[in-house]
Design a protein around this ligand. Structure first.
Ligand SMILES: NC(=O)c1ccc[n+]([C@@H]2O[C@H](COP(=O)([O-])OP(=O)(O)OC[C@H]3O[C@@H](n4cnc5c(N)ncnc54)[C@H](OP(=O)(O)O)[C@@H]3O)[C@@H](O)[C@H]2O)c1
Length: 305
């Protein structure tokens, strides 16, 4: 556990850095009040709720498959969110995101993150060219080494692409606790703009192994698997929300789990994945309201644990 003093002082610093995001649409009925946090390396602010695309956007081209995802994206931007994470290895996800962003005219509002997940310089460059084609764009906002694969070569490729203006930020990702030590070591070595890691009410290893390095070096943090791939929901099936939920502005377990991740001061943005519009609206609601107190965080750990 992080100490109470360092946690609370971090929270104060984090809340001091929180502001309201500019909504993506001018219609007030559609606009959100999602909070933003700064990317340490640039000061650019990002909405605290983003979205992933593994599984949820790996679909075919039928109207029945695309219609709900179009609505998922519309609600996402209407709520003031911008950060979308994908990867060349997520089946058709890059194609579907590229197609729908183009169709909705939303590419310029998107903070688009993809990955390099291959070995060798030529393969890395070729994979990125293919991602650009699939995403229907000529650059991305963030390019990450996927699960540290061939990281020495791939991170050099990403730095080169950043120098060419093909990505604005560099990053590294991992997704399981057993990768945290190595991720922290590589973060120290290459000092990326971003890291992406798993963190949830039941998977808290990042607090000890990854977040301290991110805070020390000023690295932005994206959180994947904040629902533990959905497993957290089965752990609270039939359980009522905590008694303090209403006062914290929380009306669902999804919001509680996302607010848990966001209440750690090292975290910049959490990227839950859903293909269901109502769940997207639910997840976006976690982007406003105060950070959870240490007692509220502990209560979630006790309930889910
Ligand atoms: N190595 C890496 O770089 C790495 C690894 C893992 C993940 N990621 C990124 O992080 C993203 C998120 O991680 P994840 O997709 O593995 O797991 P996750 O976000 O923890 O969980 C996704 C699951 O939660 C369900 N869900 C979403 N919102 C919900 C809600 N409001 N209520 C109830 N259920 C809800 C989804 O089901 P429905 O779709 O049916 O709603 C899906 O089954 C990925 O999509 C990917 O972009 C990166």
């Amino acid at each position: 556990m992080i100490s109470r003093r360092s946690f609370l002082s971090g929270l104060a610093a984090a809340s001091a850095g929180i502001a309201l995001a500019r909504p993506a649409f001018s219609n007030p009925a559609e606009s959100g009040t999602i909070q933003t946090r700064a990317i340490p390396s640039s000061g650019e602010r990002l909405p605290v709720i983003g979205m992933g695309s593994s599984g949820s956007f790996e679909v075919g081209n039928s109207a029945a498959e695309l219609d709900p995802l179009r609505e998922v994206l519309k609600r996402f931007f209407a709520g003031g969110a911008t950060v979308i994470d994908t990867a060349p290895s997520y089946g058709t996800a890059e194609d579907v995101i590229g197609q729908l962003l183009e169709e909705l005219g939303l590419r310029s509002k998107t903070f688009l993150a993809t990955k390099l997940g291959t070995s060798g310089r030529e393969a890395g460059l070729a994979q990125f060219q293919n991602s650009l084609k699939r995403l229907r764009t000529d650059k991305v906002e963030l390019l990450q080494v996927h699960n540290l694969r061939d990281w020495r070569t791939q991170f050099e490729v990403i730095k080169e692409l950043k120098a060419q203006g093909k990505t604005r930020y560099t990053g590294l990702t991992h997704y399981v606790d057993s990768g945290h030590d190595e991720l922290a070591e590589v973060v120290r070595t290459v000092k990326p703009d971003f890291l992406q890691i798993n963190y949830s009410v039941i998977s808290r290893s990042a607090e000890q192994k990854v977040f301290p390095v991110a805070r020390e070096l000023g690295v932005a943090v994206l959180i994947n698997r904040a629902f533990d791939d959905g497993r957290l929901f089965s752990k609270v099936q039939g359980k009522s929300l905590p008694s303090w939920a209403a006062e914290a502005g929380i009306t669902s377990w999804a919001q509680a789990f996302l607010r848990f991740a966001l209440s750690h001061p090292a975290v910049t943005t959490v990227i839950p994945a859903t293909g269901k519009p109502d769940r997207q609206s639910d997840n976006l609601k976690a982007g406003s309201g105060p950070a959870l107190t240490e007692a509220q965080r502990q209560s979630l750990i006790n309930t889910v644990g």
